[in-house]
Design a protein around this ligand. Structure first.
Ligand SMILES: [Zn+2]
Length: 127
C-alpha cells in the first residue's frame, strides 16, 4: 500500500470513529464551553515544546478527545485523553488536568516518547 493511501485510510478510520462515537452533549447536556490547553514536549526533537489551545465546539463535538502528535518523525501518533476528559466532564469539573504519552512509533519499532500535558477549562449550565 502506498504511503498516501495508508494516510487516507487512517484518516477515514478516524472519521468513522468520530461519526460513530457519542456526542459530547449526550454525555453532559449541561456543558456550555470547553477549552483545552495543551503542552507537548520531549521526544526526538530536543527542547521543542509546543503549546496550543483547542476550543471544543460543544454543539457538535464527538465524545472523543484525540490530539495529534507534532513530531514529524512520529507515525500513527496522538494522545487519547478521552477517558480523563469524559470522567471529568461527567462530574462537571471546571478543571481537568492530565498527562499522556504519545502512542505513535518512530523508525523501526521505536516508540515516540513525547508527552502531552493538558488542562481543560469547562463551564456548565447551573442546574
Ligand atoms: Zn508521537
Amino acid at each position: 500500500m502506498s504511503k498516501s493511501r495508508e494516510a487516507a485510510e487512517r484518516f477515514a478510520e478516524r472519521r468513522r470513529r468520530e461519526d460513530e462515537s457519542q456526542r459530547l452533549l449526550e454525555l453532559q447536556p449541561d456543558l456550555l464551553t470547553c477549552r483545552i490547553d495543551v503542552t507537548e514536549g520531549g521526544g526526538s526533537v530536543t527542547g521543542s515544546e509546543v503549546a496550543h489551545t483547542r476550543t471544543v465546539i460543544v454543539e457538535r463535538a464527538p465524545a472523543l478527545f484525540v490530539i495529534p502528535c507534532h513530531d514529524s518523525a512520529c507515525r500513527d501518533g496522538g494522545y487519547d485523553i478521552t477517558n480523563e476528559m469524559l470522567r471529568g466532564l461527567r462530574s462537571k469539573q471546571s478543571e481537568i488536568e492530565g498527562e499522556n504519552r504519545c502512542m505513535g512509533s518512530i523508525g523501526n519499532g521505536g516508540s515516540c516518547t513525547r508527552i502531552l500535558k493538558f488542562k481543560a477549562i469547562s463551564t456548565y449550565r447551573a442546574s
